[in-house]
Design a protein around this ligand. Structure first.
Ligand code: ZN
Length: 294
């Protein structure tokens, strides 16, 4: 067993970190900027975000490498710097982690697999492989594949990590919206299809992140738990996104966020944390609840 599953077995419930994107924005990142480029140009800001979650008490923190695949970075003409940005981002989290586990964040490429898109599975997996290899080169032993909409793409990322090093622990989460059919990703994947596909690909932990707030995650966690005995990870947003003054904001307070944590864990979640709009205060409030349940 690796460090993550080992720690989970000991502590029963782990609390992860909160948002990165919205925290970077609060430090001045604009939509024109490349978040991963900040690992090189603004290392103190990135390190400070990681450190703020360690101070809050997170058992696990992520890395500022979400959009770090060459094909995604190429949209900002920075694809050739993929390895540099990923290694730097992983290093910044490792520097401040202390006893917290560092999980390398791997998000979608923004591309589709054939026949809908241009990439073959081999090409897609190779992009993830380059990114993940750079993250692992900083000493990271856990990869968090997240915000996935397409199961085949998520599977490519999980397989890329396991092919590089079978002992690397891989968490894989997809993003669901609730519609007439129930919870589905933008590409139409249901929670039960996600469990089956992510497990087949080799994920050690499955789950959901982002989406429409922690309340909806309770139902998603229960649907995952009905299909699997694997640990379930949930990274929930601070409420439903609202468009205010042309900006997307998430306004759920730490107390309101934390009020859902017991139900989320009762529904089957084992690793809980935040996504968009959550802050170290949301994580602190979450930990207070988790400490009463451990
Ligand atoms: Zn999010």
């Amino acid at each position: 067993m690796g460090a993550l599953l080992d720690t989970l077995a000991k502590k029963k419930i782990l609390v992860s970190d909160g948002a990165w994107g919205t925290m970077l924005q609060s430090r001045g990142l604009t939509s024109d900027d490349c978040p991963e480029e900040w690992n090189v140009s603004h290392p103190d800001d990135v390190r400070a975000i990681a450190a703020s979650y360690v101070r809050a008490g997170s058992d696990m923190i992520l890395t500022n490498t979400f959009g770090g695949s060459r094909v995604k970075l190429d949209k900002k003409k920075l694809g050739d710097r993929a390895a540099e940005f990923n290694r730097a981002g992983a290093t910044l989290s490792m520097e401040v982690a202390g006893s917290a586990i560092v999980a390398g964040s791997v998000g979608p490429t923004g591309e589709f697999l054939q026949p809908m898109g241009l990439l073959s599975e081999e090409q897609m997996q190779a992009f993830f492989s380059e990114q993940i290899e750079a993250i692992l080169s900083a000493g990271v032993r856990v990869i968090c594949v997240e915000t996935m909409m397409a199961l085949e793409e998520a599977a490519c990322a999980v397989k890329a990590a396991k092919a590089l090093d079978a002992s690397v622990e891989v968490l894989a989460t997809m993003t669901f919206e609730k519609g007439a059919q129930g919870h589905r990703t933008m590409m139409g994947v249901s929670p039960s299809q996600a469990v089956a596909g992510l497990t087949d690909a080799g994920a050690d932990v499955v789950g959901s992140n982002c989406g429409n707030g922690i309340e909806g995650m309770i139902e998603i966690a229960a649907q995952f738990r009905a299909e699997t005995d694997k640990p379930i990870l949930v990274h929930a947003n601070a409420g439903v996104p609202q468009l205010i003054g042309g900006k997307t904001v998430f306004r759920q307070s730490p107390a309101d966020f934390a009020a859902n944590v017991k139900a989320l864990i009762d529904a089957g979640a084992n690793i809980v944390g935040g996504c968009c709009g959550t802050t170290p205060d949301h994580i602190r409030a979450m930990i207070e609840v988790v400490n009463t349940l451990r």
